[in-house]
Design a protein around this ligand. Structure first.
Ligand SMILES: [Zn+2]
Length: 441
């Protein structure tokens, strides 16, 4: 059939198709070229293409190369260490004058000194200011998130001046209930149930007063938590609130706490169903429990409990794990002490003292007579003294005698009273309802 057409028209047609296809896809171009080459001898094609091009005064109408103005010009910039807003703006194509005006507007609602590192800033440029050299000069607006729900927003008004405002993001909030059973460690169980890491840390911190995280967590123990989750219009999770309610069931014994903020003092704490604070005079786990609950220590280090011979408990944890003051008190000893290696002792009250051994180092500035708060870092796990591997040796000394921290009955923390207790119990009833509803979802 091709043979019946004048050869020149075949090639004009062929070229047109070829050029047409080129415009759409390189892939198709190469494929179609290859197919064509398979059907025609090479030499002939080259000759004919040449003739065709010469025969035509104008090349085939190719769509002229027009650089289209992008519809949206937005630059997202991450704040780096040492950045100022002026530096960020000018290094992203904003001239100094505009930048200064913009900064002046933002300053009225936000303290720019606290521009957090790694924070994302968005600069929206006017499409009119676009030019082919990839420069966008005129800033139309500028924004960044102050926190998960508030956005700092600055834009030009009709007079061309920048003004700023705080925009509240429209977010969806729902209760999330997570429960799970421990098969190897609390850490693994919680993460496998998609508990956000931040909340797992919180959970461990809440229970560090009650629970020895190295010895008391066992197979088939279980946990559950309730918290509020915020999502944006696209359904992306933008924030998880702190734990509102938690239950840890150890060897069949439930320990349940709910968050309560006193309307009087604005103080937030966790309380059990009797309104008693989770906080005890001393912590059972005075190290970051998350580092323990991974199976880390179980492999090679014997985790000793309290015996006649070993008058303390050991927490096997990676070197450098922070050690916390188990309770409020005064530093009574800090320095090397025989088999203990680097050692700290705190006097909490006339009855209780706690001691910490085998540290790799002390918290800077720690010395005798210094007051420490419960939960504050005093040193770091190590393996100094007589020790087979990095661990904390922890002792609770009651009336001068080393006592098993697991069996010592510590004085309870504060309890809610009167009106506060009433408010808390009402809140607990509503939490129970929310748990039921969230469980059903
Ligand atoms: Zn020990």
């Amino acid at each position: 059939m091709l043979r019946q057409l004048p050869p020149i028209s075949v090639f004009v047609l062929w070229l047109t198709v070829l050029f047409g296809v080129t415009l759409f896809s390189d892939n198709i171009f190469y494929r179609s070229q290859k197919n064509s080459l398979d059907t025609f001898p090479n030499e002939l094609i080259e000759k004919k293409i040449h003739e065709t091009q010469r025969a035509k005064l104008e090349p085939d109408p190719v769509t002229p190369k027009v650089i289209e103005k992008p519809k949206n010009i937005t630059k997202h910039v991450r704040v780096k260490k040492g950045d100022t807003l002026m530096k960020v703006l000018t290094s992203n194509g904003v001239d100094k004058k505009q930048a200064a005006n913009l900064i002046a507007a933002v300053k009225t609602i936000y303290n720019l000194r606290s521009l957090p590192i790694d924070h994302q800033l968005s600069i929206y440029f006017s499409t009119d200011s676009y030019n082919a050299h990839n420069k966008y000069n005129k800033v139309e607006s500028f924004s960044f998130l102050k926190n998960y729900k508030e956005q700092i927003f600055a834009s030009r008004d009709t007079a061309g001046k920048f003004k700023s405002e705080i925009k509240i993001r429209s977010l969806k909030t729902k209760d999330v209930y997570i429960e799970g059973q421990i098969s190897s460690s609390l850490y693994e169980a919680a993460l496998s149930k998609r508990m956000p890491q931040k909340l797992l840390m919180e959970l461990i911190r809440i229970y560090s007063f009650d629970v020895d995280f190295q010895r008391e967590i066992q197979r088939e123990d279980s946990f559950s938590i309730l918290f509020k989750q915020h999502s944006n219009a696209d359904g992306e999770i933008v924030h998880n609130d702190t734990i509102e309610w938690a239950k840890l069931t150890l060897s069949g014994k439930p320990l349940e706490y709910a968050k309560y903020t006193s309307p009087k003092s604005n103080h937030t704490d966790y309380y059990n169903r009797e309104g008693k604070s989770v906080k005890k005079t001393l912590m059972r786990t005075p190290v970051d429990g998350a580092r323990l609950s991974s199976r880390y220590g179980k492999r090679k280090h014997p985790i000793l409990g309290f015996t006649k011979m070993h008058r303390g408990v050991d927490f096997a944890a990676p070197k450098g794990t922070p050690i916390m003051a188990a309770g409020d008190g005064v530093i009574e000893a800090v320095g090397r002490k025989g088999n203990y290696g680097k050692y700290i002792r705190i006097r909490h009250n006339s009855t209780y003292k706690t001691a910490y051994g085998h540290l790799s180092r002390y918290k800077r500035g720690l010395k005798n007579g210094k007051r420490v708060k419960q939960g504050s870092i005093i040193g770091y796990v190590g393996s100094t003294g007589r020790s087979t591997g990095p661990h904390l040796h922890y002792e609770v000394i009651k009336n001068g005698k080393k006592t098993n921290p697991l069996s010592v009955r510590l004085p309870a923390g504060d309890a809610l009273k009167d009106n506060e207790l009433k408010i808390f119990l009402n809140q607990l009833t509503s939490i129970d309802g929310r748990i039921q509803k969230a469980q059903a979802d």
